[in-house]
Design a protein around this ligand. Sequence first.
Ligand code: F6R
Length: 248
Amino acid sequence: MKILKTKDYLDMSRTAANIVSAQVILHGKSVLGLATGDTPKGMYKQLAEWNKRGDLDFSQINTVNLDEYIGLSRDHEQSYYRFMYDNLFSHINIQINNTSLPNGLAEDVEKECQNYEANINKLGGVDLQVLGLGHNGHIGFNEPDTVFKKNTHKVELSESTLNANSRFFNNINEMPKSAISMGMGTIMRAKKILLMCSGKEKAEILYKSLFGDIDPMIPASILQLHMDVTVVADMDALSVIKENGFLN
Ligand code: F6R
Protein backbone atom coordinates (compact mmCIF):
# COMPACT_ATOMS: atom_id res chain seq x y z
CA MET A 1 0.00 0.00 0.00
CA LYS A 2 1.30 3.43 -0.96
CA ILE A 3 0.34 6.43 1.16
CA LEU A 4 0.68 9.80 -0.58
CA LYS A 5 0.74 12.72 1.86
CA THR A 6 -0.94 15.86 0.63
CA LYS A 7 -1.17 19.30 2.25
CA ASP A 8 -4.89 19.88 2.18
CA TYR A 9 -8.15 19.09 0.33
CA LEU A 10 -7.07 20.88 -2.86
CA ASP A 11 -3.72 19.12 -2.95
CA MET A 12 -5.44 15.75 -2.31
CA SER A 13 -7.88 16.44 -5.14
CA ARG A 14 -5.15 17.34 -7.65
CA THR A 15 -3.00 14.35 -6.68
CA ALA A 16 -5.95 11.96 -7.01
CA ALA A 17 -6.90 13.56 -10.35
CA ASN A 18 -3.35 12.91 -11.57
CA ILE A 19 -3.70 9.22 -10.71
CA VAL A 20 -7.03 8.93 -12.53
CA SER A 21 -5.55 10.84 -15.48
CA ALA A 22 -2.62 8.47 -15.68
CA GLN A 23 -5.08 5.57 -15.93
CA VAL A 24 -7.12 7.33 -18.63
CA ILE A 25 -4.05 8.35 -20.65
CA LEU A 26 -2.16 5.08 -20.39
CA HIS A 27 -5.16 2.78 -20.86
CA GLY A 28 -7.79 4.69 -22.83
CA LYS A 29 -10.38 1.95 -22.62
CA SER A 30 -10.43 1.67 -18.84
CA VAL A 31 -13.32 0.94 -16.52
CA LEU A 32 -13.31 3.48 -13.70
CA GLY A 33 -15.15 2.71 -10.47
CA LEU A 34 -16.45 5.97 -9.05
CA ALA A 35 -17.60 7.31 -5.69
CA THR A 36 -19.88 10.18 -4.74
CA GLY A 37 -19.71 12.39 -1.62
CA ASP A 38 -17.70 15.45 -0.64
CA THR A 39 -14.31 13.74 -0.85
CA PRO A 40 -14.00 13.27 -4.65
CA LYS A 41 -15.79 16.49 -5.67
CA GLY A 42 -12.57 18.51 -6.04
CA MET A 43 -10.98 15.70 -8.03
CA TYR A 44 -13.93 15.61 -10.44
CA LYS A 45 -13.65 19.39 -10.88
CA GLN A 46 -9.98 19.03 -11.76
CA LEU A 47 -10.63 16.18 -14.21
CA ALA A 48 -13.35 18.25 -15.87
CA GLU A 49 -10.92 21.17 -16.25
CA TRP A 50 -8.26 19.00 -17.86
CA ASN A 51 -10.88 17.51 -20.19
CA LYS A 52 -12.06 20.98 -21.18
CA ARG A 53 -8.48 22.03 -21.95
CA GLY A 54 -8.19 19.00 -24.24
CA ASP A 55 -5.63 17.19 -22.07
CA LEU A 56 -7.85 14.24 -21.13
CA ASP A 57 -10.14 12.16 -23.32
CA PHE A 58 -12.98 10.19 -21.69
CA SER A 59 -14.58 9.04 -24.95
CA GLN A 60 -13.43 5.42 -24.52
CA ILE A 61 -13.98 5.27 -20.74
CA ASN A 62 -16.64 3.21 -18.98
CA THR A 63 -17.66 4.02 -15.43
CA VAL A 64 -19.48 2.07 -12.74
CA ASN A 65 -20.47 3.72 -9.49
CA LEU A 66 -20.29 2.22 -6.05
CA ASP A 67 -23.82 2.83 -4.93
CA GLU A 68 -27.23 4.46 -5.16
CA TYR A 69 -30.04 5.18 -2.70
CA ILE A 70 -33.13 2.99 -2.98
CA GLY A 71 -36.26 5.03 -3.69
CA LEU A 72 -34.67 8.04 -5.42
CA SER A 73 -35.18 8.62 -9.12
CA ARG A 74 -32.20 9.52 -11.29
CA ASP A 75 -33.22 13.17 -11.43
CA HIS A 76 -33.83 13.54 -7.66
CA GLU A 77 -31.41 16.21 -6.54
CA GLN A 78 -29.84 13.90 -3.94
CA SER A 79 -29.58 10.80 -6.12
CA TYR A 80 -26.07 9.64 -6.82
CA TYR A 81 -26.88 9.59 -10.53
CA ARG A 82 -27.63 13.30 -10.33
CA PHE A 83 -24.47 13.88 -8.30
CA MET A 84 -22.36 12.19 -10.95
CA TYR A 85 -24.10 14.02 -13.76
CA ASP A 86 -23.73 17.42 -12.09
CA ASN A 87 -20.18 16.97 -10.82
CA LEU A 88 -18.58 15.04 -13.66
CA PHE A 89 -20.51 13.48 -16.54
CA SER A 90 -22.08 16.69 -17.84
CA HIS A 91 -18.64 18.37 -17.92
CA ILE A 92 -16.60 15.76 -19.80
CA ASN A 93 -16.74 13.99 -23.16
CA ILE A 94 -17.85 10.65 -21.73
CA GLN A 95 -20.57 8.74 -23.60
CA ILE A 96 -23.43 8.72 -21.13
CA ASN A 97 -24.33 5.16 -22.20
CA ASN A 98 -20.94 4.10 -20.91
CA THR A 99 -21.77 5.25 -17.37
CA SER A 100 -23.57 3.03 -14.95
CA LEU A 101 -25.13 3.36 -11.49
CA PRO A 102 -27.53 1.00 -9.74
CA ASN A 103 -31.18 1.84 -10.43
CA GLY A 104 -32.63 3.10 -7.15
CA LEU A 105 -36.18 2.62 -8.44
CA ALA A 106 -35.79 -1.00 -9.55
CA GLU A 107 -38.91 -3.00 -8.63
CA ASP A 108 -36.89 -6.15 -8.08
CA VAL A 109 -33.89 -4.98 -6.05
CA GLU A 110 -32.37 -8.44 -5.84
CA LYS A 111 -32.41 -8.75 -9.63
CA GLU A 112 -31.00 -5.24 -10.04
CA CYS A 113 -28.07 -6.21 -7.78
CA GLN A 114 -27.40 -9.34 -9.84
CA ASN A 115 -27.61 -7.41 -13.12
CA TYR A 116 -25.31 -4.69 -11.81
CA GLU A 117 -22.71 -7.25 -10.78
CA ALA A 118 -23.06 -9.07 -14.13
CA ASN A 119 -22.56 -5.79 -15.99
CA ILE A 120 -19.33 -5.09 -14.11
CA ASN A 121 -18.10 -8.58 -14.97
CA LYS A 122 -19.10 -8.14 -18.60
CA LEU A 123 -16.98 -4.98 -18.73
CA GLY A 124 -14.05 -7.08 -17.52
CA GLY A 125 -14.12 -5.72 -13.93
CA VAL A 126 -12.98 -2.38 -12.61
CA ASP A 127 -9.51 -1.16 -13.59
CA LEU A 128 -9.26 1.69 -11.07
CA GLN A 129 -11.71 2.03 -8.20
CA VAL A 130 -11.98 5.41 -6.45
CA LEU A 131 -13.12 5.22 -2.83
CA GLY A 132 -13.99 7.69 -0.08
CA LEU A 133 -14.09 6.61 3.56
CA GLY A 134 -17.20 6.76 5.75
CA HIS A 135 -16.96 7.97 9.36
CA ASN A 136 -17.61 4.38 10.47
CA GLY A 137 -15.09 2.91 8.01
CA HIS A 138 -17.61 2.06 5.31
CA ILE A 139 -16.57 1.94 1.67
CA GLY A 140 -19.33 2.12 -0.89
CA PHE A 141 -22.26 1.53 1.45
CA ASN A 142 -20.67 -1.56 2.99
CA GLU A 143 -21.53 -0.82 6.59
CA PRO A 144 -19.87 -2.36 9.67
CA ASP A 145 -21.13 -5.94 9.88
CA THR A 146 -20.20 -9.38 11.14
CA VAL A 147 -19.15 -10.42 7.62
CA PHE A 148 -17.79 -8.80 4.48
CA LYS A 149 -20.63 -8.95 1.93
CA LYS A 150 -19.24 -10.15 -1.39
CA ASN A 151 -21.31 -8.88 -4.31
CA THR A 152 -23.62 -5.98 -5.14
CA HIS A 153 -26.40 -6.06 -2.55
CA LYS A 154 -29.10 -4.16 -0.73
CA VAL A 155 -27.91 -2.38 2.42
CA GLU A 156 -29.80 -0.97 5.39
CA LEU A 157 -27.91 2.23 6.16
CA SER A 158 -26.38 2.48 9.64
CA GLU A 159 -27.19 5.23 12.10
CA SER A 160 -23.75 6.76 11.58
CA THR A 161 -24.32 6.98 7.81
CA LEU A 162 -27.86 8.32 8.20
CA ASN A 163 -26.54 11.04 10.52
CA ALA A 164 -23.60 11.89 8.27
CA ASN A 165 -25.61 12.05 5.02
CA SER A 166 -28.82 13.61 6.35
CA ARG A 167 -27.02 16.97 5.92
CA PHE A 168 -27.97 16.78 2.25
CA PHE A 169 -31.71 16.37 2.92
CA ASN A 170 -34.22 18.76 4.51
CA ASN A 171 -34.47 16.38 7.45
CA ILE A 172 -33.44 12.84 8.31
CA ASN A 173 -36.96 11.48 7.55
CA GLU A 174 -36.60 12.45 3.90
CA MET A 175 -33.44 10.43 3.59
CA PRO A 176 -33.66 6.90 2.13
CA LYS A 177 -32.88 4.25 4.73
CA SER A 178 -31.50 1.72 2.26
CA ALA A 179 -29.24 1.61 -0.75
CA ILE A 180 -27.71 -0.68 -3.34
CA SER A 181 -23.96 -1.03 -3.00
CA MET A 182 -21.16 -2.90 -4.69
CA GLY A 183 -19.91 -5.59 -2.34
CA MET A 184 -16.46 -6.04 -0.85
CA GLY A 185 -15.68 -8.75 -3.40
CA THR A 186 -16.68 -6.41 -6.23
CA ILE A 187 -14.40 -3.70 -4.82
CA MET A 188 -11.52 -6.05 -4.00
CA ARG A 189 -11.53 -7.46 -7.56
CA ALA A 190 -10.65 -3.98 -8.91
CA LYS A 191 -7.15 -4.06 -10.37
CA LYS A 192 -6.16 -0.82 -8.64
CA ILE A 193 -7.74 1.08 -5.77
CA LEU A 194 -7.43 4.78 -4.97
CA LEU A 195 -8.64 5.63 -1.45
CA MET A 196 -9.09 9.35 -0.84
CA CYS A 197 -9.44 10.85 2.62
CA SER A 198 -9.55 14.39 3.96
CA GLY A 199 -10.09 16.03 7.33
CA LYS A 200 -9.35 15.49 11.02
CA GLU A 201 -12.70 13.79 11.69
CA LYS A 202 -11.58 10.87 9.50
CA ALA A 203 -8.08 10.57 11.06
CA GLU A 204 -8.93 7.89 13.66
CA ILE A 205 -10.94 5.70 11.27
CA LEU A 206 -8.26 6.03 8.57
CA TYR A 207 -5.66 4.85 11.08
CA LYS A 208 -7.81 1.88 12.16
CA SER A 209 -8.61 1.00 8.54
CA LEU A 210 -5.01 0.98 7.37
CA PHE A 211 -3.16 -0.25 10.46
CA GLY A 212 -5.72 -2.00 12.69
CA ASP A 213 -7.10 -5.54 12.57
CA ILE A 214 -8.85 -6.68 9.39
CA ASP A 215 -12.35 -6.66 10.78
CA PRO A 216 -15.76 -6.44 9.04
CA MET A 217 -16.73 -3.95 11.75
CA ILE A 218 -14.18 -1.61 10.06
CA PRO A 219 -15.08 -2.44 6.44
CA ALA A 220 -12.20 -0.49 4.82
CA SER A 221 -9.68 -2.61 6.77
CA ILE A 222 -10.04 -5.31 4.08
CA LEU A 223 -8.12 -2.98 1.74
CA GLN A 224 -4.97 -4.05 3.62
CA LEU A 225 -5.24 -7.33 1.67
CA HIS A 226 -5.38 -5.68 -1.77
CA MET A 227 -2.16 -5.73 -3.81
CA ASP A 228 -2.45 -2.28 -5.39
CA VAL A 229 -3.93 0.37 -3.13
CA THR A 230 -2.88 4.01 -3.21
CA VAL A 231 -4.10 6.19 -0.36
CA VAL A 232 -4.17 9.91 -1.08
CA ALA A 233 -4.91 11.78 2.13
CA ASP A 234 -4.32 15.23 3.52
CA MET A 235 -2.23 15.88 6.64
CA ASP A 236 -5.34 16.28 8.83
CA ALA A 237 -6.61 12.84 7.84
CA LEU A 238 -3.13 11.36 8.33
CA SER A 239 -2.61 12.96 11.76
CA VAL A 240 -3.41 9.86 13.88
CA ILE A 241 -1.30 7.62 11.62
CA LYS A 242 1.55 10.06 12.12
CA GLU A 243 1.05 10.22 15.91
CA ASN A 244 1.33 6.44 15.97
CA GLY A 245 4.67 6.56 14.18
CA PHE A 246 3.60 5.02 10.86
CA LEU A 247 4.43 8.11 8.79
CA ASN A 248 7.41 10.48 8.65
C1 F6R B 1 -20.20 7.31 -1.93
C2 F6R B 1 -19.73 6.25 -1.07
C3 F6R B 1 -19.37 6.49 0.36
C4 F6R B 1 -18.56 7.78 0.60
C5 F6R B 1 -18.31 7.97 2.09
C6 F6R B 1 -17.57 9.26 2.38
O1 F6R B 1 -20.47 6.82 -3.23
O2 F6R B 1 -19.66 5.17 -1.51
O3 F6R B 1 -18.65 5.39 0.83
O4 F6R B 1 -17.36 7.70 -0.09
O5 F6R B 1 -19.54 7.99 2.78
O6 F6R B 1 -18.40 10.33 2.06
P1 F6R B 1 -17.84 11.83 2.06
O7 F6R B 1 -16.84 11.89 0.97
O8 F6R B 1 -19.05 12.69 1.78
O9 F6R B 1 -17.24 12.06 3.41
